[in-house]
Write a new protein. Structure first.
Ligand SMILES: *Cc1c(COP(=O)(O)O)cnc(C)c1O
Length: 430
């Protein structure tokens, strides 16, 4: 299958080129030229399939021409090897916990899949690939872990100084090896702008082979559709319709869900749940899209004022506002509302939400018709990643998973940099 630029259908490349380039040369995002339809027998058989098996069946429709099937099977088995339990919280409300991978965030799914695809392509390449990734918190560590120690690949992570949690920062800055962390004096949007500019810099791209591991990379987007199929199979459906709420920042997670729906997965609708950075809920309400500067919140992985996957959502719905509104509702919450519901859910259901999952829970409760529907919200991060906030809010100690514990005692190593493009470019060239 070919992938074209969301800016120009005439720019179309193979999966390999789309993965290695990350962004189309005209600044657009790569998008599949067609969405394969899955037949009813596949949907009916979902309860019998593991996440890795689903991954293989879905990804071969997109990548079957570019990666030999036995290799693709290996990539799926290896990337999707951690549990993704669907946990019952209250009648008709479930949490899909995607935080049991090595970085304790849902981005492990996409990052692990992508890194294995790229290493497959890099094995047969003479030039080193440098991966650039801007992170608002979790991307960085998921990407860094995915690529740690992989031959022919260097990773440069950009993160906004002082705007990620301490655990997140430790995860980003203590790996060493082929991973470098740049601590940027600026916002996440500044980091993302630096990365975008580097990709469009012809001179720099002659000098080195750059690739992106942000949620803009198509090899991260595709695997994020797998767990929607998985949820559908795991849920005891009782003939009720399914509503899924997705805590959203750059909207890669949600876009992948919308793609799964268009591929034939019977999901009634989605909720785009977010914090005060609500440009997408505003778009859904008014039909007008206006990017804004991001505002800091306790669900910081969603502090995004110019969501990079918005163009893909528009491509998916042909910019048809009524059509997208039929499939997608918007919801946005303040930090106070987020904390309040964390407290309430802990008290009533003894379940610890992280701030992102809490926002998704709120969005689900707003949109769910609990009489006739079943709801799933996506828990994107382990609560221990936001331990200070979570412990303060629920007034209880949170257990830290072993992996997180070990990175807390390691020494931080980052390169401080202001947000000037020239400095960033000079750094990359040297
Ligand atoms: C990245 C992230 C999000 C937002 O995901 P998008 O695909 O960018 O919308 C939500 N929660 C957590 C914990 C994240 O790390």
């Amino acid at each position: 299958m070919k992938f074209y630029s969301t800016n120009n259908k005439n720019i179309s490349v193979s999966f390999k080129d789309a993965v290695v380039k990350g962004l189309a040369p005209d600044g657009g995002l790569f998008y599949p030229e067609s969405l394969p339809k899955l037949d009813k027998s596949f949907i009916d058989n979902l309860p019998n399939l593991s996440l890795a098996e689903i991954g293989f069946e879905v990804s071969k429709l997109f990548l079957g021409d570019d990666i030999p099937l036995d290799k693709l099977k290996e990539i799926c088995d290896d990337a999707l090897n951690f549990p993704t339990p669907l946990v019952s919280i209250e009648p008709n409300v479930y949490s899909l916990e995607l935080f049991h991978g090595p970085s304790c965030a849902f981005k492990d799914v996409g990052a692990r899949f992508m890194s294995r695809c790229l290493s497959y392509f890099a094995e047969n390449s003479d030039k080193k690939i440098t991966i650039l990734a801007a992170t608002s918190g979790d991307t960085g560590s998921a990407v860094a872990h995915g690529f740690l120690g992989i031959k022919n690949i260097d990773v440069v992570i950009l993160y906004p100084s002082g705007k990620v949690s301490q655990i997140q920062e430790q995860q980003l800055t203590t790996l060493g090896n082929n991973i470098t962390a740049l601590e940027i004096d600026g916002s996440f949007d500044d980091c993302q702008a630096l990365v975008k500019k580097a990709f469009q810099d012809d001179e720099l791209n002659k000098h080195m082979k750059l690739s992106s591991a942000n949620s803009i990379n198509i090899a991260r987007l595709i695997p994020q559709s797998f767990y929607y199929f998985y949820v559908y199979g795991q849920l005891k459906r009782q003939n009720k319709d399914l509503v899924i709420s997705v805590p959203s920042g750059n909207y890669g997670n949600l876009t992948a869900g919308l793609i799964a729906k268009q591929m034939g997965l019977p999901i009634k609708r989605f909720v785009a749940s977010t914090n005060v950075n609500k440009v997408v809920p505003d778009y859904l309400e008014t039909g007008k899209y206006e990017s804004k500067a991001s505002i800091q919140s306790i669900s910081n992985a969603m502090d995004v004022g110019a969501p990079s996957n918005f163009d893909r959502m528009m491509t998916l719905y042909q910019e048809n506002h009524p059509k997208i509104c039929a499939d997608l509702k918007g919801a946005s919450y303040s930090d106070e509302q987020t904390k309040e519901v964390m407290k309430k859910v802990y008290k009533n259901s003894n379940y610890i939400l992280d701030p992102h999952g809490a926002v998704a829970y709120l969005g689900l409760k707003k949109e769910l018709d609990a009489e006739n529907e079943q709801g799933v919200f996506i828990e994107t991060a382990h609560p221990a990643k936001f331990i200070n906030i979570v412990e303060e809010v629920i007034d209880t100690k949170v257990e830290i998973p072993e992996y997180l514990k070990s990175c807390l005692t390691k020494e931080k190593s980052s390169i401080k940099m202001n947000n000037s493009y020239q400095d960033f470019k000079n750094y990359l060239k040297n």
